[in-house]
Design a protein around this ligand. Structure first.
Ligand SMILES: NC(=O)c1ccc[n+]([C@@H]2O[C@H](COP(=O)([O-])OP(=O)(O)OC[C@H]3O[C@@H](n4cnc5c(N)ncnc54)[C@H](O)[C@@H]3O)[C@@H](O)[C@H]2O)c1
Length: 282
């Protein structure tokens, strides 16, 4: 697909990064959110992250301005009309996502409908539309402008053409797409999230402090970031939502979310985005 208009729905942790890379690689972008303040914050984050790329020498200063100029924001979903591709990045809630897919099916008839979901069935989201062959998972990693991987998830009915367009779109953004079939958590979160849950159990059971758990995994396993710092970066509400999809979808008690994680989320301690999780942020 030639570069055209990309609509990104949800301007949170992931949506701002997804809008950033589409705009950086020449797409016109409309970034949508129900919350005006999230859109304003997303614009600031994108500007700051583009600036960081300029400082690192990976982006020319003019390219920063051009990318910013290609992004507009909107609070009405109808602004997705005319999009060639829609990437949905709203919270990890199946009812919310299905509702959006149903609406987008009517509002953006020409578009491929992609979800950035971490764990929810692409087949189930596709079933909310009249064109399941044009629905696909396009799972970016956090932080999107930096991380190379995009898991491209085929739902039961995803066509080869849709898969190929999304794969090639990711490649043109300098990403490395990896094909994965539809299953709870796909590959990335099937493997990562149980490890994070286990790290939280270590804190819950008093085995070690968050700092100690993270230090063990960084120094002992060469992970660039400890699992609890990573959980804070992902968002603890998102980690919990993914665990619930794994637990329900695979039916195995080994995916039971740690009670401490549930308690933090109930308290509104969501990690970096709320200023407090396993660590505190300024
Ligand atoms: N956080 C991560 O590291 C990560 C990584 C990969 C994938 N994901 C997935 O990406 C998706 C988004 O996660 P996030 O961490 O960016 O969440 P987030 O909570 O940071 O942002 C979600 C945004 O969606 C907006 N929103 C809610 N309802 C909406 C609606 N009806 N229409 C438009 N916008 C709406 C919210 O206002 C918020 O700004 C989830 O499916 C998550 O599982 C997250």
């Amino acid at each position: 697909m030639e570069r055209g208009l990309a609509a990104v729905v949800g301007a949170g942790t992931m949506g701002n990064g997804i809008a950033h890379v589409f705009a950086q690689f020449g797409w016109e972008v409309v970034l949508l959110d129900v919350a005006e303040d999230r859109l304003a914050r997303a614009r600031e984050t994108i500007a700051a992250n583009l600036e960081r790329q300029v400082r690192k020498g990976v982006l020319a200063p003019e390219a920063r301005e051009a990318a910013l100029a290609r992004i507009r924001t909107a609070t009405e979903l109808a602004a997705a009309a005319g999009a060639h591709i829609v990437v949905e990045a709203v919270p990890e809630d199946v009812a919310l996502k299905r509702r959006l897919f149903r609406e987008l099916d009517g509002l953006a008839p020409g578009a491929i409908l992609a979800s950035n979901t971490s764990s929810i069935s692409i087949t189930e989201l596709a079933a909310a539309t009249t064109r399941p062959e044009r629905v696909v998972g396009m799972h970016f990693m956090n932080p999107v402008p930096v991380m190379k991987l995009v898991e491209v998830i085929r739902g039961l009915a995803t066509s080869d053409e849709t898969y190929t367009v999304v794969k090639e779109t990711a490649e043109k953004m300098g990403k490395v797409p990896v094909e994965v079939n539809d299953s709870p958590g796909f590959v990335s979160n099937r493997v990562l999230i149980p490890m994070i849950n286990e790290a939280i159990y270590c804190v819950y059971e008093g085995v070690a402090t968050p700092e100690a758990v993270d230090q063990v995994m960084k120094l002992g396993m060469n992970h660039p970031m400890g699992p609890l710092a990573l959980a804070d970066l992902i968002g603890l509400d998102t980690v919990l939502a993914i665990l619930e999809v794994l637990y329900k979808g695979l039916g195995d008690p080994k995916y039971r979310p740690c009670p401490l994680l549930k308690k933090y989320v109930a308290a509104g301690w969501l990690g970096r985005k709320s200023g407090r999780g396993f660590y505190t942020y300024g």
